[in-house]
Design a protein around this ligand. Structure first.
Ligand code: GDP
Ligand code: IMO
Ligand code: MG
Length: 474
């Protein structure tokens, strides 16, 4: 038995239910949830530049799924989860691990720093979270982040002769470069010490020849690297499985799968603000390549956006507020990175970018997070078009050259000037807050089925008959 079959379809009420469609109308019976609506496997994908609150949404959904899968990125991610006065920060482990009963898989598309993963597991175990080999698995095809990748990442991002991206310094970019160059080391290469050491020697020597100017790299020895990584790899070996067969079996058994995106659409290596992006496909296109499930096994995609925008690191950010309003958002939203502690750049919601994310990911539903951070604003602005070289542009541009010239065109709505933390229903939100949420959904043509009004699991509002309710969230 692979995993207990769980998910939306188990609710008796839901099975009989005539579910609402995307825009709130009625759909015929048979398109509701789980076996009924065929939305058994669902993905959570960031719509902005990361840190939207994906961890919180995965936590809210996880108990309704049999398995949670990370499919890209590495420990550049930082997903915070809060419930019952407890706080957790996940970097490599899928956020479903906190739920304690579902299976959690690191897919082949994730790049794994073995030492960072073992440290994260140890920290969570100390917080009382069980991480047995039954509950946590790693694909044998996942690539390993090695110490030389980390060294190179940090060297490049601080070198005066190279473009500064403002990376997390975790070695993510170089590991994906190695993967594409067919020089990477994977978990399946690390089953026996001697074979792994042999491969490592070849790769390290080549790296030292190519990057002979990086002294920290040239002085590294195979023994140093083995001493650092081998104990961690050995510790992880019981968790390593064939991820493709595993997910195939889950799908055969109709066990529901939740795909947990890291980073976000505008950091995607193909569709983000290139070259100021991460090195993986962090929008929905990355799910199949990073997990090994066929495209037809992804039944729904949920987009996560803040009620405003943040970005950490360098790169274009059309609606960035560099003055006191941006500072106020940072303070109210505690906008400091979960992974690096860096202050996040803050600005108004960019609906041009959000509509691009909706179109690209095919979102079935949106979650609007951190609405409470706007509680004290007199007026709330949101960007509805760009002005570039005197022309009005409504599509998100590909080129950095254009993105750097964008002047945002704003509309605004009055603020609500009252606390939303204790609101439990959409109708219970102040009318001005409801108007803001409605403006967002009508601009991007996607229903907002979850509104988050605080970091805690309990500070979450779901729309009656919306996708979250149909997936079993009460
Ligand atoms: P992720 O990377 O997308 O999972 O997001 P992070 O966890 O890096 O950043 C989101 C931050 O906002 C975390 O500190 C969350 O605890 C917090 N958060 C999530 N939802 C809300 C909300 O509705 N209101 C407030 N005030 N904080 C929230
Ligand atoms: P989560 O999953 C926000 C940013 C970095 C940098 C760029 C490239 O928590 O939303 P990298 O280390 O990936 O090569 O850095 O991407 N970045 C993130 N920003 N949230 C993240 O993850 C991020 N992961 C990477 O700041 O600008
Ligand atoms: Mg984060």
């Amino acid at each position: 038995m692979l995993a207990k079959q769980r998910g939306c379809g188990q609710s008796q009420a839901l099975a009989l239910f005539v579910a609402s469609d995307k825009m709130g109308g009625l759909m015929p019976r048979g398109q509701g949830s789980c076996e009924v609506c065929k939305m058994r496997n669902v993905a959570v994908i960031g719509a902005q530049w990361g840190d939207e609150g994906k961890g919180k949404v995965v936590d809210v959904l996880a108990r309704h799924f049999g398995c949670v899968v990370r499919f890209q990125g590495g420990n550049n991610a930082g997903h915070s989860v809060q419930f019952g006065g407890r706080h957790f920060a996940l970097h490599l482990l899928p956020s479903g691990i906190l739920e304690g009963q579902n299976i959690n898989l690191i897919g082949n598309g994730v790049v794994v720093d073995p030492c960072a993963l073992v440290a994260e597991m140890t920290g969570l175990e100390q917080q009382g979270i069980s991480i047995s080999a039954d509950l946590f698995k790693i694909s044998d095809r996942a690539h390993l982040v090695m110490p030389y990748h980390r060294i190179l990442d940090q060297f490049r991002d601080t070198s005066p002769t190279q473009r500064k991206i403002g990376t997390t310094g975790k070695g993510i970019g170089p590991t994906y470069e190695w993967k594409a160059a067919r020089r990477g080391l994977r978990f399946c290469d690390a089953l026996a010490r001697s074979g792994f050491e042999q491969r490592l020697r070849i790769e390290l020597e080549q790296a030292q020849r190519v990057y002979s100017n990086v002294s920290e790299l040239t002085t590294l020895t195979v023994d140093d690297v083995m001493d650092q990584v081998w104990p961690a790899i050995e510790r992880l070996q019981p968790h390593v499985i064939d991820g493709v067969s595993f997910l195939y079996e889950l799908n055969q058994n109709k066990t529901s799968i939740l795909f947990e995106g890291a980073q976000a659409t505008l950091l995607d290596v193909d569709f983000g603000t290139y070259p100021y992006v991460t090195s993986s496909n962090s929008c929905a296109v990355g799910i199949t390549a990073g997990s090994g499930v066929p495209p037809r096994c992804i039944h729904g995609v949920i987009g996560i956006t803040k009620a405003y925008t943040t970005r950490v690191g360098e790169g274009p950010f059309p609606t960035e507020l560099t003055g006191s309003t941006g500072d106020a958002l940072r303070v109210r939203g505690h906008e400091y990175g979960t992974t690096t502690g860096r202050p996040r750049r803050c600005g108004w919601l960019d609906l041009v970018a959000l509509r691009y994310a909706c179109q690209l990911n095919g979102y079935d539903s949106l979650a609007v997070m951190k609405l409470d951070v706007l509680d004290e604003c007199d007026q709330i602005e949101f960007c509805v078009a760009y002005e570039i070289d005197g022309k009005t542009v409504t599509q998100f541009p590909a080129s950095l050259h254009h993105l750097q010239k964008v002047k945002p065109i704003y509309e605004s709505l009055p603020g609500w000037k009252t606390s939303t933390n204790t609101c439990k229903t959409l109708e219970g939100l102040p009318p001005a807050a409801q108007a803001y949420v409605q403006a967002v959904e009508s601009f991007v043509s996607c229903p907002v089925d979850l509104v988050s009004v605080g970091p805690d699991r309990s500070e979450t509002i779901t729309r009656e008959n919306g996708l979250f309710r149909r997936l079993g969230v009460s």
